[in-house]
Write a protein that binds this ligand. Sequence first.
Ligand SMILES: Nc1nc(=O)c2c([nH]1)NC[C@@H]1CN(c3ccc(C(=O)N[C@@H](CCC(=O)O)C(=O)O)cc3)C=[N+]21
Length: 279
Amino acid sequence: MPQIIDGKQIAMQIKEELKERVARLKQEGKSVCLAVIQVGNDPASTVYVNGKKKDCAYIGIESRSYELPEETKEKELLALLDQLNHTEDVHGILVQLPLPSHMDESKVVKAIDPAKDVDGFHPVNIGKLCIGGDGFDCCTPAGVIQLLKRSGISIRGRECVVVGRSNNVGKPTALLLLRENGTVTIAHSQTKDLKEITKRADILVAAVGKPKFITKEYIKENAVVIDVGIHRNEDNVLCGDVDYDDVIEKVGAITPVPGGVGPMTRAMLMYNCVEAACK
Ligand SMILES: Nc1nc(=O)c2c([nH]1)NC[C@@H]1CN(c3ccc(C(=O)N[C@@H](CCC(=O)O)C(=O)O)cc3)C=[N+]21
């Protein structure tokens, strides 16, 4: 039987650890505060933002919400970020993505003080993730590493294939697997003979962005499959980039969707917030 990697449980374990850390900080008179900014009211974003606020409350992190209307000017958002950058008792700043199309996402991300960029999206933090250093690792990739480590799956020396090269997921996940001494291949939509490449993987990370794209023809017997995708169909049913039912008999271990990587993304955001407050 394959090992089903329970992201919800591992995320809870991390949250318990953080809760204790925050309690100890409070005894020293220190608080932890995350500013959460949402522009517009995309329903999916609202779900995610509420999840993050709930996590904050559970751990004892103060969350300050900024709900800005869809038509907010970029200049106004940048002014708010400048203000929060200079607010001493705000330790982390999260701008929920995607932003409305009239805003330049990369410009907005760059306006966050890297020391408060708990998403790990600022180029300074991506650079530190690449060369090593005391930056913030992107939450989803950091969550993938924690899932593997805490499930007793070793990365060192193993063939890791990441399918997808996005700036927020594919690329940083590959870099973190490399940091853990994996042998890493990044495959993508232009890769020739994709199945031949993915079949070499001891650890396969699916970050393709296409529902149920990875079927059993893509995987080696007993491979570890980490599904970073999240898709919602018309009936509000979630699925990932991996065709779970198709691959389940063949894999050695797999993350479900929901209940796999998603909760870990949130847990690592909380981890970065606590780290931000400690720095
Ligand atoms: N600045 C920013 N930072 C982000 O980290 C960020 C973002 N913008 N924009 C959107 C994506 C997406 N994302 C998810 C987080 C948690 C779950 C999650 O908890 N998923 C649950 C299911 C939740 C549900 O029912 O929808 C699960 O997989 O079990 C999913 C997706 C963070 N993102």
